[in-house]
Structure formats: structure tokens, C-alpha cells
Design a protein around this ligand. Sequence first.
Ligand SMILES: CC(=O)SCCNC(=O)CCNC(=O)[C@H](O)C(C)(C)COP(=O)(O)OP(=O)(O)OC[C@H]1O[C@@H](n2cnc3c(N)ncnc32)[C@H](O)[C@@H]1OP(=O)(O)O
Ligand SMILES: O=CC(=O)O
Ligand SMILES: [Mg+2]
Length: 725
Amino acid sequence: MNATVTQAGMTIDADFYDFVDQELLDGLSISSDSFWQGLASIVTKLSPKNHALLEKRDELQAQIDSYHVQNPNWNAEKYRTFLESIGYLLPEPQDFEITTEVSEPEIAHVAAPQLVVPVNNARFALNAANARWGSLYDALYGTDLISEEDGAEKGSKYNPVRGFKVMAYGRQLLDKILPLSTGSHIESTHYGIVNGVLIVTLNDSRQVQLASSTQLLGYQGPQHNPRVILFKHHGLHFEICIDHDDPIGKVDKAGIKDIILESALTTIMDCEDSVTAVDAEDKVLVYRNWLGLNKGSLKEQFLKGDQQVTRCLNGDREYISLTGEPIILSGRAMMFVRNVGHLMTTPAVFDADGNEVYEGILDAVVTSTAALHDLQGNSPYKNSKTASINIVKPKMHGPEEVAFTAELFDQVENMLGLPKNTIKMGIMDEERRTSVNLKACIEAAKARVVFINTGFLDRTGDEIHTSMLAGPVKPKEDIKTQPWISAYERQNVEVGLASGFKGRAQIGKGMWPKPDEMANMMNAKGAQLEAGANTAWVPSPTAATLHSIHYHEIDVQALQNTLLDHQSHCLDALLMPPLLQDDMPLSPSEIQAELDNNIQGILGYVVRWIDQGIGCSKVPDIFHVGLMEDRATLRISSQHIANWLEHQICTQEQVLATFVKMASVVDSQNSYDPNYVPMCTDGHPNSNSLAYQAAISLVLEGKQQPNGYTEPLLHYYRRLKKQTH
Ligand SMILES: CC(=O)SCCNC(=O)CCNC(=O)[C@H](O)C(C)(C)COP(=O)(O)OP(=O)(O)OC[C@H]1O[C@@H](n2cnc3c(N)ncnc32)[C@H](O)[C@@H]1OP(=O)(O)O
Ligand SMILES: O=CC(=O)O
Ligand SMILES: [Mg+2]
């Protein structure tokens, strides 16, 4: 047990206490006493409500389970009536519009990518905050969007053939997003500004202008030979960077060395599914990084190759306007923070009765207090332009839980002396009870909501768990193509638009979970915007830069206008679980392939989580595609096998044998890592591997886990692991 401090009737981990006293409150006019009193009073008031909400989740799940046992031949109509009778499916509220008074310009006015990052990783978190601007040339050169055919391999040193393909792509993009009055950027040999007008000289010495002169905003350097020229399209800025002495610029006819695209306008600093935070020590790390981002002081030094790098927040970008005034644009993404959900408790603080406090309550208090530094100008940078704190709240089940979060935010505002509705809410639409009652959920936070987002990964896990006893589910890939998911995605957009989100709040779509497959991403991810979203999640800054191209290709605001009156009334489809059809049984090899794939993913993720405290990993699937795995993807895989065991699609022996087989595969995939501890020796699992045990428990005890969540078991085993260190 760590040293503790007693304050306001609570028992507080001494390191966490010191962090609050010496770092979090430093520079704020909040005394230590009033902070701890404030926290204690919120804990006392809201913990019983939090507890009751969790009990309600379990009660509803138990009722749904017994319904399926008693009604093996249910139909849609009867099922819907049953869900209404137990209060799972609630009456839809009258039409209303959200009343959120201010939201950030990056949220309300410009459609753009949203990057997510584990905030406990300072190197990545700083990179994410700085990912507002990204090099198109780097993003193209480093990814499979540029093919390696015809001598264009990436190789270990610069390949001019590949470089040429990158430049050609860049020129073609300019033709799309910055069309000339005549001719093409492919022919350009010089860019200059004359009397406030962009003059582009072409191969044949013709001088042409932009098709739309208002796209030109400003420049750096001399007007006739600018170093940087700033443009705007669909609300997104971009730069053409020119340097005839640069290794790239000097082989370009016009000296273009790069095209810089405004990319991740918003970033979510994640305290939740991409991090491991099981105790006070971990929570301090999470909170300290978020604080450092708000104070502008976070720095990270690391070796990259043989280079020592010091990373900190980027400053703003400055240009000269066409009338000679300065233009200053933010150099950083607008940062949201994602708190944890309502489920877990943390040993950082124990309440007066000796219980761990709810982690979601602590997150709301501490992350808001940290953000006060931004609101009060204690940082050289500005995050919120509207004096708001933007918190994403995940894994809420239904409107009561949203109302509870709103009440928590109210209490935090009172504690910190903030005007009501300073704390804005992003609602993850990622639990089935939220999807089917989405309108009521939004109404429960209508004065502070700034986004809804289809977290389809958690949502898939919840889909499987909720209908655990309804029957066996389809293989994972097929679940993605069933009517429930398109109904879910469509309904989310329709409800968001009908509630007045356009021009005020984000309608977001889910993560691209294949971080190395950028060519596929470029083919697929535009569809999320075609479906009406004005932002969508990406796993890396490179993905943000490439995905930003979709926002140039699609005029999201115009598209949303065309969808404003859509109402597809898809509740029945939304309630139809993705079950295997009796007349389409799976072959033994299909079953084994599914188990292999799921178990490889589970082990590959869990072994790093438990042994090394890494909460988000790129794990190869059986086809060697590196997949982003986090707690939500783990929820899906573990629930999927639990469901197949329940319905005897496979046996426990088969599952355990697959675990043995795949543990060796995962060990070999990690053999490059000096910190990796193998789970097997000579093909036999090591009896002392806590990671291996955790992975098996997640499956064998999956049916009993609350809503199929993985946190309880992950935290249990990680804490054990930390004790053995
Ligand atoms: C269901 C959900 O909740 S989804 C939301 C949770 N998921 C996430 O947040 C995903 C975040 N992404 C990641 O954590 C990572 O991209 C991973 C784990 C998927 C892959 O990580 P890696 O294998 O280390 O990536 P890779 O080696 O390709 O690239 C590393 C480089 O990219 C950068 N990078 C990768 N992801 C990110 C990110 N999300 N934000 C900022 N920088 C990033 C790193 O800083 C590093 O660059 P550096 O050397 O200059 O610091
Ligand atoms: O949080 C995102 C998800 O898909 O789950
Ligand atoms: Mg989620």
C-alpha cells in the first residue's frame, strides 16, 4: 500500500496528493483545502447515483438475457414491445434543437479529421497536438498511397523516382483544390503574387491566375518569390512551400518543396481506451501530461534513429495578408480530453467509507481543473477560443447516464467557479441503449453537447454482449455488413442533423483501424463524409493529413444540407442483432480461422497491456495486416468467442488449444522487443504469465463481464503484474 494523506474525510494516495498540490493547483487561485473539499462533496453526492446507474445496467441485461432464454422464437415486434416494457427503449422526445451557446470554430464551422491519441504517451500526445498541420509530401512518400511499382520503392534512402510520384500527386491535388483559370499546376514553373493576385507561370511562359481569386489569403517572404503561399478551400488552409535550394525544391520546376495541409483540426487526448491507468501512479502520468498540454509546458526528449529530439507544442503560424496585415493561424489542434466512463473506480482516492472513488468523477474534476490553466491564460498558447473545456464522455448507456454526466459537469463548474455550461460534452454513441434512445440522450445534454460520434468498435462489442443469449453471432467481418450497423450509422447522422448540429456541433464517425493501410483508407473513408459526418477518427498524424484530402473533395456542409430532412425510421433494423442464420452453418475451417484471428488479436494486445502497460498497439492479424487494437477491439474479440462458446459453435478445448497455438505466434511476432516476456516455452504456456491468464479470462469469463467490458479483468491482472515488479 502506498503512503496516503487524509483530507476532507478521504484517503488520498500521497503521490497523487502531491501532484494536485504542487502541480495541478500551482498558478490557480484554488486552495488545496477547497479542492479536496470540493472533490469530497461531489464524490459524496454523486457516487450513490453512479452506483445505481451501474446496477440498472445489470438489471436490464439480466432481463434481456432471460427474455432470450424464454423466447427462443422472438420476432421484431414482440422484442421491441418487451424492450419498451422494461424501460430499455424509451419514448422519443418531441423535436428540439441543441442550445449549446458557443462551440469552438474547429468544432462548429470546419469539417476536418479528428485524431485520437493516448495522452499518457507524451511523445505521441505532443505529436498529435501538433498534427494540425501536416506535410503532404511526407505522408505520401512514407505510405502505400504511393505504390512501390516502377522503381518507386521506399528503400532506406531517398528515392527520386518515388519523390517524383509524390510531386505528381501533389500537383494533381492542387488542380483539384486550387484550380487555375486555365492550364494545370502540372505545368507550373513559378508562383508569385502581383498586386494581391497569384500569378502562376506555366511551361510555355503563359501567366495564369486562380479560377477563384479569393482562395489566396497570404504569404511569407517576398511577394514575387514567396517562400510560403497560404490558401483556403472548404474552410481548410493549406500552404505551397517554395525553396529552390532545398533538396526536393531544387528538382521541382517551380521550386515546390512541400504542400502543407491543415489536417487534424481537433485531437482527442485520450484517458480511456488507449491507455493503461490502473492505479494512482498511472493516473498521475495521465493527468500530468494533460496538465502540461494546458500549461504549454509539456516536453519530451527522445532518440529518433541517432538523433536527439526535443518535442514540445508548436507555436502559431504567421503570414502577411494581401493588404499587408499579419495573419496568425493556430499551430495546434483544438484538444478535447476523453475521460473514462462511469464503470471503473480508482485507488488514487478512497471516499469516507473506504471505497475507491469512481474514476469518471475524478477524471471530470482533475481534467477540468487542468484545463483552467488554458482558460486563465497560464500557457503561452491558447487551446479553447471560447473559454470552454471540451470533454468526450464514452460508454454511456441511455439518457439517464448522459444526464448524470451533465450533472457531474455542473458540479465541477460550481466547484471551480466556472459559468454554467463551460464544460462541453462529446457524447460517444457507442452503446446500444444510447443508439436506440439517441434523441433523448442528446436532449439530456442539449445545452452543452458539442459532438456525437459513432464509436462503432465499442458499439459492436455491446451489440454482441447485449444479445449474448439471442443466438450465435456471425463472424466479425460479416457483423460489419449487417443491417444493424448501417442503421446505427445512418440514424446517428439523422438525429444529429435534426437536433440542430449543423454549424454548431460535430457529427463524427469512427476510427480507421488499419494504420499502415493508407491506400485503402483513401478509398474507404470518404464514405463517412458522404454519409453526413463532418469529422471522422484517424489513428495517426499521417492518416490525418491524408484523410484531410477527403474534406477537400467533399463539400461536407453542402452535403449535410441535402440530408437535413432525412428520416429513415430504422429502429427495427437497429434492434436486429447480427446472428448466424441456421441455414448457413459455418464450416470447421471457417470457425477455426475466426478463432485464430480473434485469439491472436487478443493475445497480441493483452500481452503488451499487462506486461508493459501499453494501452494501444498495432497488432498483426493472421493476414499480417497491422491492426490498431485498443480496449474496444478487445471487447469485440473476447465477446465474440464468449458468444460462440455459449452457443457451442466451438468448444472450450478448441479455444484453449488455439490460445496455446497463437501464444507462440505472438511471441515470435514480438521477438524483436528486448522488454518482451514470452508467454510460451517450447510450445507450452508459462504458468506464471499473467498476460496469458488475463487473455484467457477475458474469453472464458466474458459472458459475466459487465456489458462485456474488458477493464475489470485488465485492471486486475495489470495490478497483479505491477505488484510482482
Ligand atoms: C475504439 C477507440 O477508442 S479508437 C481510439 C483509441 N485509439 C487511438 O487513440 C489510436 C492512436 N494511435 C496509436 O496509438 C498508434 O498509432 C498505434 C498504436 C496504432 C500505432 O503505433 P506505432 O506502431 O508506434 O506507430 P508507427 O510506428 O507507425 O508510428 C509512430 C510514429 O507516429 C506517431 N504517431 C502514431 N500514432 C500517433 C497518434 N495517434 N498521435 C500522434 N502521433 C502518433 C508517433 O509519434 C511516432 O512518430 P515519432 O517517432 O515522430 O514520435
Ligand atoms: O471509441 C471508439 C469506439 O469505436 O469504440
Ligand atoms: Mg469506444
